[in-house]
Design a protein around this ligand. Structure first.
Ligand code: 9MR
Length: 479
């Protein structure tokens, strides 16, 4: 592995956001904060207090980001939701070449700065998007008829000025975006036509010179699962690393379709991590053929859960960025006729089932559904109950999730089981897991130990199997 630069994980400030306001389940996300001071009956208030996605992600040191448009930041619901639910922002369009340098040498930072200021006011990370891309490229570059040296100079000016300006503000960058097409070959662009594939290495070197501390990513769509295009990226980044090119990560954009999440996503993340790269899901949305029925929204929730769990299961996948704050402003309906509802938060800032499946995957409450009934008037009869679900399976391995529901107010819990078919836990999250042979003991991870009667939390793990994968009997004890 040839990653030579220091790894800059989450920014300190953004990871310490535990004092953020709590949101209310019932009133929607933004409305919740507007009503923060309104009196509530005690029991209702206890039920209503939920950690935000941001708080849960901060507790686990993960990125939970969103794409943001500067034109919406003056809307209170939008700004409040972007700030409270996410610990990272990405400029959806405002940092692209055509916006920042529409004419040669004329830089305009107005909209880009608004988002940087917003992120700083809210102690959020920024994932910089994007420096070299064939699209949203001004015509003076696209049609410029530059020589090799001239184009390198044009790229260097753009990259060094942009990265240099935000050197203290932006810690991770999509340096090159979408250089390979769905045919798994280099995409035609002014950069590739003029410089060949070397334009990629050159762009990374330029960004590294402008900010040697920044973590530099290559980014694309349709590379979430193992396929010809992600294979081409695997070869490409392996070559770049072998040449000593300063590349730190790969972004899987994750523009997906409900019901069609690639089953190999976790293995695919793992193989890039094994090369020494950081993986991030950079632009997640999962679109639905409209109208969005409850059934489709629940399918979408399972899909979000699959993607985020695939990331959380691999050490080296640093988190997830969803491509928009609310369905109201998603790019999807404008691009795919008849499709939409692709984000976890709807057009009225209400949490959707997919919001809750992410919430649960992060160790929070599963919300009103899908998942076990969280109705606190009907808690299990003992101290707690645990439900075991195999969420993914492949040759030699599987992934499982266990949901613990409290029957009484608890300050900690322990779940035990014995595997019947030679399975073993290899890597767990949201619980501390010890094994002796096939006997497993899982205790809460501290932050998810306190549950009131009827409340649930989940943990998960990746396991190995030598044959069948069974669903064992669980016992759950509280403290
Ligand atoms: O969401 C962006 C949309 O508003 C723009 O019109 C579009 C222009 O190409 O770009 C969208 O964002 C893209 C991102 O920058 C790169 N990956 C694909 C995203 C969706 O098209």
């Amino acid at each position: 592995m040839l990653v030579t630069k220091g790894r800059r994980r989450l920014r300190e400030g953004a990871a310490v956001a535990l004092a953020l306001a709590l949101s209310l389940v019932t009133g929607g996300l933004a409305a919740a904060h507007a009503e923060e001071d309104a009196p509530l009956p005690a029991q209702e208030a206890a039920q209503a207090q939920q950690a935000t996605l941001r708080e849960l992600a901060d507790q686990r040191g993960l990125r939970m980001g969103t794409a943001v448009g500067s034109q919406y930041l003056n809307q209170a619901d939008y700004a409040r939701t972007a700030a409270t639910e996410f610990n990272s922002v990405t400029h959806e369009n405002d940092l692209k070449w055509e916006t920042v340098q529409p004419q040669r040498g004329q830089f305009n930072w107005t909209n880009a700065d608004r988002i940087v200021d917003f992120a700083q006011q809210n102690d959020q990370m920024i994932h910089g998007h994007t420096l070299v891309w064939h699209s949203q490229l001004p015509s003076w570059v696209r049609d410029g008829s530059f020589s090799e040296d001239q184009l390198l100079d044009v790229m260097d000016t753009h990259i060094s000025t942009t990265v240099g300006r935000y050197r203290d503000d932006i810690a991770t960058w999509d340096v090159v975006n979408e250089p390979i097409g769905d045919d798994a070959r280099f995409r035609d662009s002014v950069f590739h036509r003029t410089l060949g594939e070397d334009f990629i290495a050159e762009a990374f070197r330029m960004a590294d010179r402008a900010d040697p501390d920044a973590r530099l990513f290559i980014n694309d769509y349709n590379i979430d699962g193992i396929n010809a295009k992600s294979d081409a990226y695997y070869e490409l980044v392996r070559d770049l690393l072998a040449q000593g090119v300063p590349i730190d990560g790969i972004g899987f954009q994750g523009h997906l379709i409900a019901g069609q999440v690639p089953s190999s996503i976790q293995q695919n993340i793992q193989r890039f991590v094994d090369l020494g790269l950081e993986v991030m899901i950079t632009e997640l949305d999962i679109r639905i053929q409209m109208p969005a029925t409850q059934q489709k929204l629940e399918q979408q929730a399972r899909d979000y859960e699959q993607v985020v769990n695939a990331c959380y299961a691999v050490e080296g996948c640093s988190g997830v960025i969803v491509w928009g704050v609310t369905d109201a402003y998603s790019w999807v309906p404008d691009t795919f006729e008849g499709q939409g509802a692709a984000l976890p938060i709807d057009g009225n800032y209400q949490p959707k089932p997919s919001y809750w499946s992410i919430h649960e995957a992060l160790g929070g409450d599963p919300g009103p559904g899908p998942g076990p009934d969280p109705d606190p008037t009907d808690p299990p009869s003992g101290e707690c109950e645990a439900e075991y679900t195999v969420t993914n399976q492949w040759q030699g391995g599987f992934q499982a999730q266990v949901t613990v529901t409290a029957g009484a107010d608890l300050t900690g819990w322990t779940v035990e089981w014995a595997f019947g078919g030679g399975e073993r836990v290899s890597h767990a999250w949201n619980a501390s897991v010890t094994s002796s042979g096939g006997s497993v003991t899982a205790t809460d991870a501290g932050y998810n130990g306190t549950l009131s009667a009827g409340q649930s939390t989940s943990f998960g793990f990746v396991g190995t199997s030598s044959g069948s994968v069974s669903e064992p009997e669980l016992t759950c004890a509280g403290s």
